[in-house]
Design a protein. Structure first.
Length: 228
């Protein structure tokens, strides 16, 4: 209910104004419908959604969408994370706006072109509970272009890689393989194996065996140990 009241208040404020947008074809004026549609889409996705102007280009020109997002950020309806990157932040009852979900950030950066992303390195290990600290640089492998964005003290990197590395993207096996790569053969001990055994479901372990061929030989041995 508070969100709906906030939406109504936001739209009421915006409906009292007329904004001027400019693009390469010259200046023109656009009334509120595009702003209303953007707000409706944001609220429909619910809190935690991360997005760019590209998510709204079906509603109007790039210039009109960009200007609408800037004004909505200033009004507090959405949050600007970086240039051209926004979210509808999750809120904590005591601490206010929570940090964005970094997987959602990576998905927004990857765009809507069905590009794959795969958490890698220290972040993959952190997701699985193999390390405690979230790294300052969070790297996602992708089959799309390289990208980099700074959000507060956090750097999010999309790094283009080989098709083989992306073969298990989006599956638990991809996450486990990347986490083990980061730790290295000499640092995967019985404790790590036990943590993974507790973390992974029987379905997850079955998936690991199905994707065994995509892992290096030393990681294949560990994946087999997880079945015991």
């Amino acid at each position: 209910m508070p969100d709906m009241l906030f939406l109504a208040k936001t739209l009421d404020i915006l409906s009292q104004k007329m904004y001027t947008f400019c693009d390469k074809s010259g200046g023109y004026k656009m009334s509120q419908p595009i702003v209303n549609k953007i707000v409706s889409r944001v609220y429909g996705k619910k809190r935690g959604w991360v997005f760019t102007p590209n998510h709204f280009l079906d509603l109007g020109s790039r210039a009109a969408v960009a200007q609408s997002l800037v004004r909505l950020a200033k009004a507090g309806t959405i949050r600007r994370l970086a240039r051209g990157l926004y979210d509808y932040p999750r809120k904590h009852p005591d601490f206010g706006d929570l940090p964005p979900n970094y997987m959602n950030v990576a998905q927004a950066l990857a765009g809507r072109d069905n590009l794959k992303i795969q958490p890698s390195g220290a972040y993959a290990a952190n997701i699985l509970g193999l390390t405690e600290q979230v790294p300052a640089k969070i790297v996602f492998l992708t089959d799309g272009p390289n990208r980099k964005v700074q959000i507060g003290k956090q750097t999010i990197i999309l790094k283009r890689t080989t098709p083989k590395n992306m073969a298990t993207a989006g599956r638990i096996s991809g996450l486990v393989i990347q986490a083990l790569r980061y730790l290295g053969k000499d640092h995967v001990d019985n404790h790590i194996i036990e943590v993974l055994k507790k973390k992974l479901s029987e379905e997850d372990k079955h998936q690991l065996m199905k994707d065994l061929r995509f892992a290096p030989a030393w990681i294949r041995d560990i994946l087999r140990q997880l079945q015991r």
